[in-house]
Design a protein around this ligand. Sequence first.
Ligand code: FE
Length: 345
Amino acid sequence: MPANPEMIRLFKAELELCKLRPDETLAVLTEGEEKRDFAEAFLAAGEEIGATTFHLNLARKPQRPGEKLKRTAITGNQPAIEALKNADIVVDLLGLLWSAEQKQITDAGTRMLMVREPYEVLARMFPRESLRRRVEAAQRMLEAAKTLRITSAAGTDVTYRLGAYPVMTQYGYTDTPGRWDHFAGGFLYTGAHDDGVDGTVVINTGDILYPFMRYVAAPIRLRIEKGWVKSIEGGGFEGDLMRDFIARYNDPRAYAVSHIGWGMDENAQWDFLGTSRIAAQTTGVDGRAFMGNVLFSTGPNLELGGKNDTGCHLDIPLKACSLSLDNKPIVDHGRLVPKELQATA
Ligand code: FE
């Protein structure tokens, strides 16, 4: 099946943002039959640039629910891992995020681009250098901060003591050795000291629970002490989903507070899950990257350099919160405050 010319054009522009050069090697990673059309188009785009390309296709090995460690199709397949370490850039169409294998590959200096969103989302949220500039301006603010506080009208008041972990950015492409990014979406995050989160988070009506891909219908109240979620109260059906999902892992580390940050992408749509005919295909970049959200999460901190590698990870974008760094307002009721972070910058 010949690759779609429009898709090849979009993916070539993406690889150009990633500064793929003719003397470099592009690897495309897939499992089973999934995303074959994307693989074909990325390979064609890489060939147009003049790079050396190869396609690594693995047998499908779905994660077994409740498993503590993240297992992927490449777990334990050292020859395949070595092949990817030897590439300059890996287009990851299977999703190695949060796996130990991803860290091995990026530690070798290989840049990695995960591509999981449907084509329509990639086109709508196509990365741009202005987004990178704004995200990197936000990164400098977050790196300089000692404390991060989030408040909301719904009752959230939680403080993160910062400084133990790096700030991670996403702006949709990667041109830096060893750097991972995700095609589409701009946001940033870091983690607190392992014992450095205290307070209350209220996941309000209309906020989003990933991986459930659902808007919350009734507020869920989390009490957090020294970096651990101590109680999850209320929330009706979605509250039960969250409590049962975490309990199923039978892993105390699943109750850790994970990364914290905010969304920067003016092209993300909060209503996407509820309004798009392709909502079932998204992994949820719209809610995660939505400009002015606060992205709260629980579970592993391996990606930040921490030791918690629990397989139980929840990303929970909170809308209309206020976020301050060392008492300086960054997000005010869902609006970015500093001029250099705003979409017009
Ligand atoms: Fe996450």
